[in-house]
Design a protein around this ligand. Structure first.
Ligand code: C5P
Length: 305
């Protein structure tokens, strides 16, 4: 039964602290071995009774996010309604804090929050497992946005094993310039591999060192274990990112990497005070459009209020 009052859910951004990309598969995706970390930057999705579907988007980057069926939230609503056999009726609003096309899984967070909120609005009572199945149909990162915390991802990123790593790590996220298209970054990686400019990805490095480092709670250990195969193609597509990475290192980050397919720079710091200092330094450096201090792990998509 449809609830009469609006329902709100929120879901976090993610950083891939380890992202090893295998060769291109016949289905157009790449085999991954990745360690996802959910961080404390959230989008919220509010849904209420409606006649058919409608969507509005507010907040960070709202002008570049489509408010129609191209949006993953719209597709999440159609998918859940279809699978549960209920009419797809809802007025939906996304309030964005996660920058779009930044390598932070903002669109995936919106889809995961929408699944949780609509499940409550429509009373469809889907299990977490059912929702994870729907999430995987929506995108490779959506199951993680639902799960949150820390997880090892395999397949195209949608197959998850939760990792117990409760010690928080502190990060400063720097968003520079325009967004990057995920397919374009993967395609650039294939091009660099075909040209022999980067390793071909047949031997995926193990994720255990980064998992052990996350569990240790030692920032220096984690800094030494960070790695992202999509960093090289993000840098060839966006050469000025080199300056952004260097700016974060010079300002005192313990470790830096590009988040996912970029262009966000994720700078690891020792503690909350260092995060505050680095945020101020990077905000004043003139390299980044937006700078945010975050920490992780945090839970995945949840109802709020
Ligand atoms: O799963 P998602 O829709 O987020 O993926 C967007 C695009 O990113 C895919 O169409 C593909 O080009 C690329 N991708 C990939 N390998 C993955 C995940 C994504 O090549 N494991």
């Amino acid at each position: 039964m449809t609830a009469s009052a609006p329902v709100t859910a929120r879901a976090p951004a993610k950083v891939n602290v380890h992202l090893a990309v295998g060769p291109l598969r016949p289905d157009g995706f790449h085999e991954l071995r990745t360690v996802y970390l959910a961080v404390s930057l959230f989008d919220t999705v509010t849904v209420g009774p409606g006649d058919g579907l409608s969507l509005s988007v507010t907040g960070e980057g709202a002008d570049v996010v489509p408010a129609d069926r191209r949006n993953l939230v719209w597709r999440a609503a159609e998918l859940l309604a279809g699978s549960a056999g209920v009419p797809a009726d809802a007025e939906m609003t996304i309030a964005k804090s996660i920058p779009a096309a930044a390598g932070l899984a903002g669109g995936s967070a919106d889809a995961a929050a929408a699944l949780v909120a609509l499940d409550a609005l429509w009373g469809t009572r889907a299990s977490r497992e059912d929702l994870a199945g729907l999430a995987a149909q929506l995108g490779s990162d959506v199951p993680f946005s639902l799960l949150g915390g820390v997880a090892l991802g395999s397949g195209r990123g949608e197959q998850l094993s939760p990792v117990l790593a409760r010690t928080p790590s502190h990060w400063v996220l720097g968003i520079a310039g325009e967004g990057l298209s995920t397919p374009a970054v993967y395609a650039e990686l294939d091009r660099l591999r075909a040209a022999g400019r980067v390793p071909d990805g047949t031997d995926l490095p193990p994720a255990e060192p980064v998992i052990a480092a996350l569990r240790s709670g030692l920032p220096q250990e984690l800094a030494g274990a960070l790695g992202n195969d999509l960093q090289a193609p993000a840098l060839t597509l966006r050469p000025e990112l080199r300056r952004a990475l260097a700016a974060a290192t010079e300002a005192g980050a313990a470790g830096v990497l590009v988040s996912g397919s970029g262009p966000t720079v994720a700078a690891l710091v020792a503690d909350e005070q260092s995060a505050v200092r680095l945020t101020a330094a990077l905000a004043g450096a003139g390299v980044f459009r937006t700078v945010r201090a975050v920490q992780g792990p945090v839970p995945g998509a949840r109802l709020v209020g």
